[in-house]
Design a protein around this ligand. Structure first.
Ligand SMILES: C[S@@+](CC[C@H](N)C(=O)[O-])C[C@H]1O[C@@H](n2cnc3c(N)ncnc32)[C@H](O)[C@@H]1O
Length: 207
């Protein structure tokens, strides 16, 4: 993709207004070039960082893991290289999910909107990962609440939060309120590699 049109796509992604239909349209346009633009073009390492972190903290063989906002499935592939977990994925974009399906790393793949209630059972998953989705006008801090609900007590949620929105959207206050409510323990929120920017690598343990 030419640099100019790549920037246009990124500008569109970073300037979404929070309208789900607009997000779906933007990723429909980006899906076929997404991995080339992010992994090759921007040095996007977040899927590896999250998969490594989750696999290092939890024994996942035979366990169920949800990749929330899985996109084209980069994180599922990374996790499958590190553990023989049963990995499900969901995303708001059918076009991104079509590409994830081709990876062969996932069991169930479905469309879902993380800004609302999720159609998964309470305590359904042994672990949840979420990479690149807590970012500009995608999913805000409240999206963590449902990830906590669907993770069994003692299970981990490992997620990136783009550095631009960490302070702007007051993620730390929301994560601390989840901790204070007794729903989850906030274990880590260190600065970590992402792509051209850094992220916070959040580790929560569901209670
Ligand atoms: C930057 S991509 C990251 C995709 C993948 N996790 C990765 O690391 O390559 C952000 C993803 O979030 C998805 N997304 C945006 N808003 C969402 C929402 N409200 N619910 C679920 N997924 C959403 C997009 O469709 C896109 O696939």
């Amino acid at each position: 993709m030419e640099a100019k049109s790549k920037n246009r796509t990124l500008n569109r992604i970073y300037n979404l207004t929070g309208n789900p239909d607009e997000c779906v349209e933007a990723y429909k346009e980006w899906a076929d070039h997404y991995e080339e633009d992010t992994v090759d073009g921007m040095g996007y390492v977040a899927p590896t960082v999250v998969a490594e972190k989750l696999a290092s903290l939890a024994k996942l063989d035979g366990k169920s893991v949800l990749d929330a906002g899985c996109g084209t499935g980069l994180a599922g592939v990374e996790l499958a290289e590190r553990a023989s977990a049963l990995i499900d994925g969901m995303d708001i974009s059918p076009d991104m999910l079509d590409l994830a399906r081709k990876k062969g790393a996932y069991e169930d793949l479905r469309t879902a909107d993380m800004t609302g209630p999720l159609d998964y059972k309470t305590n359904q998953y042994d672990a949840v990962m979420c990479v690149g989705t807590f970012t500009h006008a995608h999913v805000g801090p409240k999206g963590f609440d449902e990830l906590v609900r669907i993770t069994r007590p003692g299970g981990l949620i490992v997620a990136t939060v783009h550095e631009d929105v960490w302070d702007a959207d007051d993620y730390l206050a929301h994560l601390k309120s989840l901790d204070a409510s007794g729903a989850a323990r906030l274990k880590e929120y260190d600065v970590a590699p992402y792509h051209l920017h850094k992220c916070r690598l959040v580790v929560l343990e569901a209670v």
